[in-house]
Design a protein around this ligand. Structure first.
Ligand code: ADP
Length: 479
């Protein structure tokens, strides 16, 4: 594997600096390899290669042929499913079954967008007599992609799938904490025959390679998923060059349970949507809002389920793996300690498996009861297996509470009342609202993105193709 190289203009090469970065397995804390420490010079070469590709063979390729390449990559990923699953689990610490889902999902992204490439239709507009107006949907040009470490493989497909389908040439900067699957996926993309420069990959540090990409003057759009703080830096850098951004910045998504809901079904989904990827999911349902009349009874059931949760190394395939790094472990444990200091009661706590390595970054899955509405556990993204339970009085209170954070990514509403389902769906300010269900991750067909500090722009589905294209109005005066 070309793990210490950058991929620019169809070739693997050492980064200009010649430097490398160590990669560590979260399950053990041990070194598992090295990656290239790409920086500004590599980013500049990658952007230039992408520009040449966009103005050359890639830009001139028919949509149907672009689509075929994407579909072929999807197929190739499935042929390497076991290998990619093992690599993703080792690199991120996620349980094998989740890593396998992620690999199936990245294949599906390329299949979906491969099929969509030649279905991006424009429009015509009725205008004055003697005129014909058409709207062309054109690719943006060169797109920059900066992705996080929580779902490296899925993010690769989620961001590159629509960008390439729409005809853009891309430069991807994966996260320094976990990016081995992105390197392998790029190798597979090279094998299926994308023209040189259509896909470029520059691993490296955020403040070096990432900053160089977001501030590059020859980028036409930046797509970023990560923290709100870095989202601000990206937008400021892009603003200097008047470059638009698509930003997905996380959430504090509520699961809202009314008395008339199917409690058993709700509990299974609420637990799964929180512990999935050890809580390190932007759309994790990290607040459970429970109608006061059923609060005690529901919490008893939820606590029983929570107590049985187990965290352990990725190969054990338990409910949770480790979190990604020592820094992240300390951050999550910091939330637990401050909650204890603030006398917030733990309703239930799972266990770290006795066989887990002391060097791994484990955190016990934890459910807090009666979390005050203004406490950080109720408002801030923990990005760990920590669930905050909060009672509400009535529908109006539930809406106030659901919308009462800086975020607005997704929400789950659990109720049997059809009218209430519709009222809640309309009142909640979030990019996705699930009724009697929840969909953290996956859902390739479903437009996804934030309100408020969760970001702006939409990914997934056909909406992503809109983001990666721009409308051009052509007016014919034919008399
Ligand atoms: P997290 O807190 O989840 O690690 P970050 O926002 O720090 O999320 O990282 C997400 C992605 O942004 C990573 O690829 C990281 O390298 C990149 N990144 C971090 N800092 C910067 C920066 N200053 N400019 C551009 N990219 C950055």
């Amino acid at each position: 594997m070309n793990s210490t190289r950058v991929f620019i203009d169809g070739h693997w090469a050492s980064p200009t600096s010649g430097e490398i970065l160590d990669m560590v397995a979260p399950s053990t804390g041990e070194k598992i390899g090295t990656i290239a420490r790409g920086a500004a010079a590599d980013i500049d070469m990658a952007v230039k290669a992408a520009r040449r590709a966009f103005e050359g063979p890639w830009g001139q390729m028919a949509a149907v042929d672009r689509g075929r390449l994407l579909s072929r990559l999807g197929q190739k990923i499935l042929e390497h499913e076991d290998e990619l699953t093992a690599l993703e689990a080792l690199d991120t610490g996620k349980a094998l079954k989740l890593a396998r889902n992620d690999i199936k999902a990245v294949a599906r992204y390329f299949e979906f967008y491969g099929g969509a490439a030649d279905k991006l239709h424009g429009e015509t507009i009725p205008f004055l007599n003697g005129y014909q107006v058409m709207i062309l949907r054109e690719p943006r040009g060169v797109t920059g992609h900066i992705i996080p470490w929580n779902y490296p493989a899925q993010m690769f497909g989620r961001t590159l799938g629509p960008a390439l389908a729409a005809g853009n040439a891309a430069v991807l900067k994966p996260a320094e904490e976990a990016c081995l699957s992105c390197i392998r996926l790029t190798e597979l993309a090279a094998e299926v025959g994308f023209p040189d420069g259509a896909i470029n990959l520059v691993p490296g540090l955020g403040e070096e390679a990432g900053a160089a990409l977001s501030s590059h003057p020859d980028i036409d759009l930046i797509s970023f998923t990560g923290s709100p703080e870095v989202g601000v830096l990206i937008q400021k850098a892009a603003a200097e060059n008047h470059v638009p951004c698509v930003l997905e910045l996380g959430g504090k998504s509520p699961q809202i349970v009314f008395a008339d809901a199917d409690h058993g079904k709700a509990i299974e989904t609420i637990v799964a949507a929180l512990v999935q990827n050890t809580g390190q999911t932007c759309s994790a349902g990290s607040r459970v809002l429970i109608e006061r009349s059923i609060y005690d009874q529901f919490m008893t059931q939820l606590s029983r389920r929570f107590k049985n949760l187990r965290a352990g190394p990725h190969q054990m395939d338990l409910d949770c793996g480790p979190v990604i790094s020592k820094v992240q472990q300390e951050r999550v444990l910091g939330f637990l300690e401050r909650a204890r200091a603030d006398n917030i009661e733990i309703a239930a706590q799972g266990e770290v498996h006795a066989g887990a390595s002391d060097g791994g970054y484990f955190v016990p899955p934890t459910l807090f009861r009666l979390v005050p509405r203004d406490h950080e556990l109720a408002r801030e993204e923990v990005f760990g297996p920590v669930l905050a339970a909060i009672p509400f009085d009535d529908e109006a209170d539930a809406i106030r509470l659901a919308n009462g954070t800086d975020f607005g990514l997704i929400a789950g509403v659990w109720t049997d009342s059809g009218a209430r389902q519709m009222r809640m769906a309309k009142a909640i300010r979030a990019g996705q609202v699930y009724i009697n269900g929840y969909g953290a991750g996956g859902g390739i067909e479903l437009p996804f993105g934030g309100f408020k500090k969760s970001g702006h722009g939409r990914e997934k589905g056909f909406e992503a193709l809109r983001e990666f294209t721009v409308a051009k109005t052509v007016v014919f005066n034919h008399g």
